[in-house]
Design a protein around this ligand. Sequence first.
Ligand code: G4P
Length: 531
Amino acid sequence: MGNMNDEIKKRRTFAIISHPDAGKTTLTEKFLLYGGAINLAGTVKGRKATKHAVSDWMEIEKKRGISVTSSVLQFNYDGFCINILDTPGHQDFSEDTYRTLMAADSAVMVIDGSKGVEAQTIKLFKVCVMRHIPIFTFINKFDREARDPFELMDEIEDILGISTCPINWPIGSGKNFKGVYNRQTQKIETFKANMAGQKAVEEKDYSLDDPELEETIGITNFSHLHDDLELLDGAGAEFDQAKVSAGELTPVFFGSALTNFGVQTFLEHFLQMTTSPLPRKAGEKMVDPFEDNFSAFVFKIQANMNPAHRDRVAFMRIVSGKFTAGMEVNHVQGGRKMRLTQPQQMMADERKNVEEAYAGDIIGIFDPGVFSIGDTLSEKDASLQFEGIPTFAPEHFARVRQIDTMKRKQFVKGITQIAQEGAIQIFREVNAGMEEIIVGAVGTLQFDVLIFRLKSEYNVEVGLDQLPYEYIRWIENPEEIDVENIEGTSDMKTIHDMKDRPLLLFAHEWSVGMVLDRNKGLKLSEFGRNT
Ligand code: G4P
């Protein structure tokens, strides 16, 4: 390994966000192909056939053939050391998906060219906006019939509220997909499918005034392209690196991940435009990645990777300095020193032991049950504390019914530990003097995981009665208002979280606005800030 500063400078740590089926897995596979990390596409986690063979984690995972956890992939390309953070989708969409974004320095948003901006993308996008990290857009599946590119850009601007700057521009789509025009080089890359190859096909680049071009793409496409480019020069935002870095402008690329078209172009531009590891706030201090002090924060805790013990792995993002296996660090929240042994890094589906890692990297550390989400580890400064990871709004709620009421102690222990790992959130509700427990989750799968784990690990049986609420808001200024006498709506309920902060639950989104109108001065938030 090289010099610490050089190692850190070459790191690029990002998350890929998308709605299920937009092509996130396919794009990731192609990236890995360029990095030489895998020989054939189709071996990234989650692919149907290999899934059972490689996953030895929770039984529920095996039973259902889904992956409950997200992983991190590291590979080298063109002098960069790239960490891709996977954000699980589908049913396994959970708070972990959001938290993973807290460990990334930028995000790649994959959009299906025939569908445009979809629900899950919007949710994940909001978290990126909150963090002001750069966002890059890959509009995928142009080998299939796609929507008008102008319309797609408008949609990104309208729905997501971010300016767009196309770096390349598609010529046709589906059967008529001819390629993309690169606005920087002013050259055209013609489309040829290349499914499994190591590198992109040998492309012939045409300049706009090349007499062969009109013949190659056809007269109609040729005149369309001219019109489009004229429109674009008049309408689209100019490329501005400062705005990209601030997360105010998203560079847009068109392509087709499946046929490996436009992927290399995207990767190369992206690596230049994105950022090396960013500094992080810890109280009043900004911790610089190049500081000679290893520091990291825990963003995810994964339980029971080995079903024989109740062990956990804490995933942490290294913020500064260099990590060496076995080093002694301060666990700030625990108020003690500890040795970091058995560090692991995820490589596709394999876990491998790491000896060294640097700011920007993600490592997994065996957790004897001492870590919580958001905890800080620091080699030299025992009081360093990174800003907490917010609690994200669950969208599903259920009242917990304990079937065997004698086991109250185990129940409380189990549910508290599971909540501490961050799979679910627990709330309290006082109903006619009786305290009841409400659980909230970002995805309903977490409810099944909860029932399953309480039974298998704590021997407690519970039932869950789903509640009709979907929107939760933390009251940001409880000291300024009379929480008990908020003028609510008929579908509103007041509950408290485990830190005793008051929250409001709503069945309908419009009620949120109504309650804000009725109670002047009330401040509500979708994120529960942890300090
Ligand atoms: P996800 O991780 O975002 O959920 O999407 P994934 O990559 O699994 O892709 C979803 C489906 O879309 C897959 O087809 C995949 O092959 C296809 N796909 C991805 N990129 C492109 C593209 O550029 N063009 C076309 N035409 N299709 C694309 P599937 O049939 O659902 O899965 P599989 O059986 O091929 O694995």
